[in-house]
Ligand binder design. Structure first.
Ligand code: ME8
Length: 475
């Protein structure tokens, strides 16, 4: 079995915020889990940057930099941010790379040759914030784009159109035959009813765009940024040693971009004669202290700063355990601080430290001779089902519930007293506790990857436990 996970490729008109980190961390969690199960060689994890956008042209102008220099600098910053917070991507694609351009040309030409791209005139609205064409119905009572609170641009230009309308029935049949393709179910229902409401052809080029990929058959025009961006998932592996991963790709995205990924993208692939992805998951959005994150409100949180303070495990566990993956939710720094102190420092950190200290004190540092706690198989199956069902909060809750059970066993057995009077009985308790530590370490490779190697070191080897360490310093 193989697995290929992708995140959205992000716009680089700004540095990453915690919303981008959320999706990237969730995808990272899935990639890490499957690497542990299937071996690293059978998992591929792609992220990257969406660079052929008017937003980036505007941002570069504002920064007073040539576009190429701006893009290089921003892409490097995004990559560095992901490195800082422990994202284990296998590849990072930039849509300004030649490898991407070549495949965009190839696909555009194939779809054109098939007769699914034709030339016409686009007259209507365009929001640069969304990088999307808009209808009047989509605007609010002030005629503003609801997401960007500004009047979209009025456009009239020659455009190439993709015959999306021809794919209505094929898409509906596809969703019927693959009922679990798009998760969660609420997202799937939204998309299916959107398709049923009727699909219009979509513009896939911009005559007036200053920057981007030129059309192979008409270089005056640029490929519409979304048409180009979606292809990244394919261009990153096409004609490489990783090409076989294509048959196993799953897109992890936010709910804001499901229409692009779950209507236009499958139709583009059908038209080009490329097999469709294995699935897509549209996660929810979260607010910060109940308010939408926005630059103007000044409540944008930097994942790098959070990770500097709480460690990358603090950031990922705090975010992913706040609300279930797929739902909307809320996040706050005070909630993270409580979580960090109670669940990480006071919970799992304290448990590991106490058990290892006690093993040194009473058992000469001997590691108990077992593998895993008594009902390991059952517990493991429960954990696997949670992650495989993408219940990421569920998986963290299960992890911390296991910590609580182990801490409770430690307290109720008072093994430190028992060890002085009945070494045999104490050995039995230590064996059980050590089994819990092993199981927690196993889960930590997925859930707390920064701490997992430290946990492993504490478990020790060759019959001896390692040194007791502090996994999470109290804040
Ligand atoms: O849309 N809560 O890029 P983008 C949760 N370039 N997730 C959030 C969030 C929040 N408050 N804010 C952002 C684009 N996100 C395109 C994608 S893909 C071919 C092209 C996450 O930089 C969420 O995953 O605007 C969302 O889908 C993504 O950031 C959008 O990132």
């Amino acid at each position: 079995m193989q697995k290929y996970f992708t995140t959205p490729i992000y716009y680089v008109n700004d540095v990453p915020h915690i919303g981008h980190a959320y999706c990237t961390l969730a995808t990272d969690t899935l990639a890490r889990y499957w690497r542990q199960r299937l071996g690293a060689e059978n998992v591929w994890f792609l992220t990257g940057t969406d660079e052929n956008s008017q937003k980036t042209v505007d941002a570069a102008a504002k920064a007073g930099q040539p576009i190429e220099a701006y893009l290089d600098e921003m892409a490097a910053q995004w990559r560095a941010a992901w490195d800082d917070i422990g994202i284990s991507y296998d590849d990072f694609i930039r849509t300004t790379e030649d490898r991407h351009l070549a495949i965009v040309h190839e696909l555009f030409q194939t779809i054109f040759d098939k007769g699914d791209i034709y030339k016409g005139t686009y007259k209507g609205l365009y929001c640069t914030g969304c990088e999307a064409f808009k209808t009047e119905q989509e605007l609010d009572e002030h005629g503003h784009c609801p997401a960007h609170k500004r009047v979209p641009d009025q456009l009239e230009e020659d455009n190439y159109f993709f015959r999306l309308s021809a794919y209505e029935d094929k898409l509906l049949a596809f969703y019927q035959q693959n009922p679990n393709w798009l998760q969660p179910e609420s997202r799937r229902n939204e998309i299916v009813s959107f398709i049923k409401s009727g699909l219009q052809d979509v513009s896939v080029s911009r005559e007036t765009a200053e920057f981007g990929i030129s059309l192979p058959m008409d270089p005056q025009h640029k490929v519409y940024v979304w048409f180009d961006a979606l292809i990244n998932y394919y261009s990153a592996i096409k004609n490489t040693d990783q090409e076989s991963f294509w048959g196993h790709v799953e897109h992890i995205i936010g709910k804001d971009i499901t229409r692009f990924h779950c209507v236009i993208w499958p139709a583009m692939l059908m038209s080009a004669g490329v097999s469709l992805p294995q699935g897509a998951f549209g996660h929810g959005f979260f607010t910060i202290d109940g308010t939408k994150m926005s630059k103007s409100l000044g409540n944008v949180v930097s994942p790098v700063e959070v990770s500097e303070r709480f460690g990358s495990d603090g950031l990922r566990a705090g975010l992913l355990s706040s609300f279930e993956f797929g739902n909307d939710g809320d996040f706050s720094m005070s909630q993270l601080e409580d979580f960090y102190n109670s669940k990480l420092a006071g919970g799992v950190g304290n448990l590991f430290n106490r058990v290892i200290v006690l093993l040194h004190k009473f058992m000469d540092g001997t590691a108990p001779e077992t593998n895993r706690c008594e009902d390991a198989k059952q517990l493991e199956a429960k954990f696997d089902a949670l992650i495989e069902g993408k219940k990421l909060k569920g998986a963290y809750d299960f992890f911390f519930a296991t910590v609580d059970v182990a801490n409770q066993r430690l307290n109720e057995t008072e093994v430190w007293k028992l060890a002085k009077v009945d070494r045999e009985a104490a050995t039995e308790i230590f064996t059980e506790l050590y089994g819990y530590l092993e199981f927690l370490t196993h889960m930590a490779e997925t859930l707390l990857p920064e701490s997992a190697p430290k946990m492993k070191a504490m478990l020790g080897g060759d019959g001896k436990v390692g040194e007791a360490e502090i996994l999470f310093l109290r804040q």
